[in-house]
Ligand binder design. Structure first.
Ligand SMILES: [Zn+2]
Length: 94
């Protein structure tokens, strides 16, 4: 008879699957970020501006005078903003 799978075995197995999924998630996120950058660069819907959270530093100062990667721009120093488009005025509305 095969050895019973213990709770410890089950936990280790699920932890391994979770870790593999995490690596896969990060890989897909990186891929997505790269494609979004290209999409924004090539299109005219978004504008690149200096990050308003860190002022273009890429990091923010922590309370204990340390540095922390800016969560708004992820250290890139800039963010993409959707361009504002004025709605065309209609004769009826004015
Ligand atoms: Zn920033």
């Amino acid at each position: 008879m095969a050895k019973e799978e213990t709770l410890e075995d089950k936990i280790k197995s699920i932890m391994r699957k979770r870790d593999e999924a995490y690596v896969e998630f990060n890989s897909k996120q990186q891929e997505l970020n790269t494609l979004m950058e290209l999409y924004y660069e090539e299109g005219d819907t978004h504008e690149k501006i200096v990050c308003i959270n860190c002022g273009g530093q890429g990091y923010v100062q922590t309370e204990d005078k340390g540095k922390q990667i800016c969560k708004a721009c992820n250290g890139k120093k800039y963010i993409w903003l959707l361009k504002f488009k004025e709605q065309p005025k209609t004769k009826e509305g004015n």
